[in-house]
Design a protein around this ligand. Structure first.
Ligand SMILES: C[S@@+](CC[C@H](N)C(=O)[O-])C[C@H]1O[C@@H](n2cnc3c(N)ncnc32)[C@H](O)[C@@H]1O
Length: 227
């Protein structure tokens, strides 16, 4: 069952590549437009990195934003169509690779080491420990991992506050989405245990708020390596 969910997750990012690209580039997702894009960009910039790996980069908006500020970035993503549109949007200081997280370990030598690894709404699967372990292999000494994810208390809605697979239909993101996406919901306790078990030490945690409702939109975590 877990394997089916992971396969469907992967397929959804092939099938929805065009619709996702339009939703991001037309700024259709309010939480991104008002809160989370700025939150992740500012968090990266505050670390003043020379080199950033955008893990699950999608259509590449963050790499382009970093390049505009003179920061070298590499974007990796399992979705070939998303990598293609990212490349087409042009990023003279960065580059993109089709690379599933399961291949990060074998690609580490070619990718090199990075001062900051960013996962912006891109850690969606279970088990996640192999990916979090593999990220140590591409981290420069003293480097940091930044994770932005849905705030668990908001993303839970009325379902029970327990880890488990959920489904995103993209209904509020506009037209053109072809396939629902299974994703794995984690409680805050579960996130923090998983990160600790995989050798990541929490340095700070932010809960960016929606400016009007003042409800937390996301959970933003800065981590250093314990290994
Ligand atoms: C919600 S999108 C976020 C994209 C981008 N980080 C952004 O902020 O716009 C999630 C991305 O993670 C990628 N992804 C999810 N699981 C992956 C995996 N196991 N290996 C590589 N990419 C993955 C998807 O292909 C998709 O592009």
């Amino acid at each position: 069952m877990q394997r089916d969910h992971r396969e469907q997750l992967n397929l959804s990012w092939q099938a929805n590549a065009d619709a996702w690209t339009a939703a991001v580039r037309e700024q259709r997702i309010e939480s991104r437009r008002l809160v989370t894009d700025t939150a992740i960009l500012q968090a990266v910039l505050a670390l003043a990195p020379a080199r950033v790996l955008d893990v699950g980069c999608g259509e590449g908006w963050l790499c382009r934003g970093l390049a505009a500020r003179g920061i070298e970035s590499v974007g990796v993503d399992a979705s070939a169509p998303l990598i293609e549109v990212a490349r087409k949007a042009g990023n003279p200081r960065g580059n993109y690779r089709v690379c599933g997280y399961a291949e990060l370990e074998s690609q580490a030598a070619q990718l090199g080491r990075f001062d900051v690894l960013v996962c912006n709404f891109a850690l969606l699967e279970e088990p996640l420990a192999p990916t979090l372990n593999a990220l140590h292999g591409v981290l420069a000494p003293g480097g940091r991992l930044l994770i932005q994810t849905l705030h668990p208390w908001r993303a839970c809605h009325d379902a029970s506050y327990r880890d488990g697979w959920r489904v995103e239909t993209f209904a509020s993101f506009g037209e053109g989405f072809q396939a629902p996406m299974p994703w794995f919901f984690r409680t805050l306790e579960s996130w923090l245990s998983l990160l600790s078990e995989t050798g990541w030490r929490l340095q700070w945690l932010q809960e960016p708020l929606h400016p009007e409702s003042e409800q937390p939109v996301s959970l933003l975590l800065l981590l250093g390596a314990e290994r």
